[in-house]
Ligand binder design. Structure first.
Ligand SMILES: NC(=O)C1=CN([C@@H]2O[C@H](COP(=O)(O)OP(=O)(O)OC[C@H]3O[C@@H](n4cnc5c(N)ncnc54)[C@H](OP(=O)(O)O)[C@@H]3O)[C@@H](O)[C@H]2O)C=CC1
Ligand SMILES: O=C(O)[C@@H]1CCC=N1
Length: 261
């Protein structure tokens, strides 16, 4: 995720030498340095020392340690943006310092192709100018929505944070079945991916909702009708509801398991 955000910032005209990337892996840093021309360090404290914005893009499992270590090195006026799933502002403040301006963000991997979708929530310590900064960083890789209730980030995770994986699963299944029905694998793949891109683009460009667009594909007594009836008989909406509930619930329990006690 961090690579995607760095790429978006640099594509958007951000000067590479104003970005300092820290990671334990020298190989990873060398790759980022060669690809983007950013400054690099294996020392998190050194990387944040002069930073006005710090993006925390580590796994939730290491966030407590990383954030606690950073506290002493942060500039008092720095904005901290965390993209970690689940971990709330209460925990981040406990680790970073109570006065820290924090924006929590839930991005997604289509940020890699500038088609990301991010939900953002700012704690009360965040100034209007810092909110503009946070929005500009995430807007470099896709659309941004602001949330007024931090708990909504669980739902954003279930919709867009994890959402790409649901569509990939659907694509995998369609490709497999296309092949089973007699198509060459490369044909099944390109037809599936173009259909996903076409459906998404059509829905994005249309004033009509997905329900109306679906009905347009579904000719009475035609082929689609049989597929949709089969999906409804299998209660696909309930399947989606259970999956997204499990996802949002995991976001809640990540916070309980890994948050500040
Ligand atoms: N993947 C996704 O679709 C999304 C992920 N997120 C969130 O983004 C965060 C990162 O996820 P993702 O990008 O997938 O994970 P990655 O494992 O790809 O990236 C995490 C990076 O953090 C580095 N790292 C590990 N320990 C430290 C440390 N102590 N100090 C500095 N860097 C460290 C890792 O290095 P190394 O590999 O060498 O250990 C790795 O490069 C997570 O919190 C996740 O919840 C949010 C939205 C979507
Ligand atoms: O699976 C995860 O925990 C992360 C957060 C959202 C997408 N990937």
């Amino acid at each position: 995720m961090a690579s995607a955000i760095i790429a978006g910032l640099i594509d958007g005209g951000h000067k590479p030498t104003t970005i300092n990337v820290s990671d334990p892996s020298v190989e990873q840093l060398t790759r980022l340095q060669q690809q983007f021309g950013v400054l690099t360090s294996t020392d998190n404290l050194q990387a944040v020392a002069d930073a006005d914005v710090v993006v925390l893009a580590v796994k939730p499992q290491v966030l407590a340690q990383v954030a606690t270590d950073l506290a002493a090195a942060l500039q008092p006026e720095a904005l901290v943006i965390s993209i970690a799933a689940g971990i709330d502002c209460r925990s981040l403040s406990a680790w970073l310092g109570q006065g820290t301006a924090i924006v929590r963000c839930m991005p997604n991997t289509p940020a890699l192709v500038n088609l990301g979708a991010s939900g953002l929530y700012a704690n009360p310590q965040t100034t209007a100018a810092q909110k503009v900064q946070a929005e500009a960083i995430l807007a470099a890789v896709g659309i941004v929505v602001w949330l007024t209730d931090e708990d909504q980030l669980h739902a954003v995770t279930a919709v867009s944070g994890s959402g790409p994986a649901y569509f990939f699963l659907f694509m995998e299944a369609m490709i497999e079945v296309g092949v089973a029905q007699g198509l060459a694998p490369d044909l099944a793949r390109s037809l599936t991916l173009q259909t996903a891109l076409g459906a998404s683009t059509l829905a994005s460009n249309s004033e009509e909702g997905p329900d109306v667009l679906r009905q347009r594909v579904t000719s009475p007594n035609g082929t689609t009708e049989q597929a949709i009836l089969s999906f409804e008989r299998d209660d696909t909406r309930a399947v989606v509801k259970r999956a997204m509930a499990a996802c949002a619930q995991r976001s809640v329990t990540l916070s309980e398991e890994l948050g500040a006690k």
